[in-house]
Design a protein. Structure first.
Length: 219
């Protein structure tokens, strides 16, 4: 990573990368890909990019749901860092090794999280990184999962987001509006979740910037 390299950062939605900005001075080309939610959208978007250019490193990032009890909001976990330099940069930036469990749906409540943790031993659950990591292995590209905990194992999301997604896992504004008209009491919880997502995104952005500065600085 001492020479100029192509680094691709993958996020499912813009909210996950809203506080990330690549350092201006690093001798690398850092590109950001917004894939859309879910395995299918992530794989399709990533393969489209690979058809044009092959990056030297892929960091698949974003929010994750906590599964391990006691894992706090804002904790940044990583997996798949096989190169020592990459792993060291992640650890120095404050990220911790973790085990991720893929899911094709949003895991919303403590009971579902508890069962998933007990059956898999995973620390966190996410929806896109496994698909992207599989394509990375297929093409021989170093790929690392880097995720920040948005909701802890003990928390219930204020809304079952699976009910307001389209068949291709995009947010359906009409479905969301209908749910909120029926249950306006959910609005304060959603506003609180927005604040929590800002906090988590700031932590993720800080770690990503620190990692890139280390990876792309000679020595």
């Amino acid at each position: 990573m001492h020479q100029r390299s192509e680094i691709l950062l993958c996020f499912a939605v813009k909210e996950e990368c809203r506080f990330f900005a690549a350092p201006d001075h690093i001798p690398s080309t850092v590109n950001v890909l917004i894939t859309g939610m879910g395995r299918k959208n992530a794989e399709r978007s990533f393969r489209t990019v690979l058809a044009k250019a092959k990056p030297d490193l892929v960091l698949t990032s974003g929010f994750a749901g906590g599964l391990r009890p006691g894992l706090e909001r804002g904790a940044v976990l990583f997996a798949g860092a096989k190169e020592k330099r990459v792993e060291s940069a992640l650890l120095r930036a404050g990220a911790r090794p973790g085990l991720f469990q893929p899911s094709d749906r949003v895991v919303t409540g403590p009971e579902e999280k508890r069962k998933l943790h007990e059956s898999t031993g995973a620390d966190a659950v996410e929806m896109e990184s496994f698909a992207i990591s599989a394509v990375c292995r297929e093409h021989g590209i170093p790929g690392v999962t880097l995720r920040v905990i948005l909701d802890t194992a003990e928390e219930e999301l204020p809304l079952d987001f699976n009910q307001v997604l389209t068949s291709d896992q995009r947010l359906d504004g009409r479905k969301l509006a209908a749910v909120l008209l029926r249950s306006p009491g959910k609005i304060p919880g959603l506003l609180q979740l927005r604040k929590q997502s800002e906090f988590a995104a700031k932590e993720l952005g800080r770690v990503l910037r620190t990692v890139l500065e280390q990876l792309c600085t000679p020595g």
